[in-house]
Write a protein that binds this ligand. Sequence first.
Ligand SMILES: [Zn+2]
Length: 299
Amino acid sequence: MNMDLRERLDRGDILLSDGAIGTLLQQHGLEPGQAPEAFNLSRPELLSQVAATSVEAGSDLVHTNSFGGSPLKLAVHGLEDQAGEINRTAATAAVRGVAGRALVSGSIGPCGKVLLPYGEADPDEVRAGFLLQARALLEGGADLLTIETMSDLAEAVLAVQGARRADPGVPILVTMTFESTPGGWFTIMGNDIPTCAATLLESGADVLGSNCGQGSAGMLEVARAFAATTDRPLMIQANAGLPELDEGRACYPESPADMAAWVPKLVANGVRILGGCCGTTTQHIRAFRRVLDQNRDSA
Ligand SMILES: [Zn+2]
């Protein structure tokens, strides 16, 4: 089961990732505005339990609770001095939860600051932060790294560079967030898909794709745009639709069955790793698993 990711992709496997970890942690007492990563130090056993739940729902690949674990992002919560420990524990807790039944992917999200010259973040400092984070995730036992929800290609490249420096051989997955415009798909920083694909591959990413920002229909379009520019395996993690406000709470309209119906189309367009982003639950992952198993059996 715990084969190397590259080996599994090479032999044509389609890997199921997991759903939104934040939603699960909120059900366990995470307050709005609180850093989800603070749980890594206070309640690692909960993270192991979340990882085990994903594996039992059918995930082949489970993310660590370290999306906001770069030192710059943790600084917002006064936790930057604990960045190493927070990321290491995110990985050790997930490794314990999956117990060899799935791959553990170290999650790396944006640093939360805008890079020079548009903002104030120094690229060297941002890269060094990603390096520290990647190193700690790998020390904790992560099998691969996923750089996700990136809107600035320049920041994504710094993250890939930091991750490569931490381990020249580790598989690196990069998923960016795109918006639909009359001129095509762009990140909010104005990066188009062909430029993202070429630049990320050149900087050493193994798998490319998109997460967040779109429901299933939009993500299929994004996958098609990636497939038109590269034959690398793609990774897609859609939101459960676009959020609708219900009494001040974000509600996501796509049911597990709604989302699962898109799985064969995503796979037909080069998606080899798929999971869910905002609003997706264990039930979504279970529904994806059923579709993937049916597809494989009828192949
Ligand atoms: Zn999301």
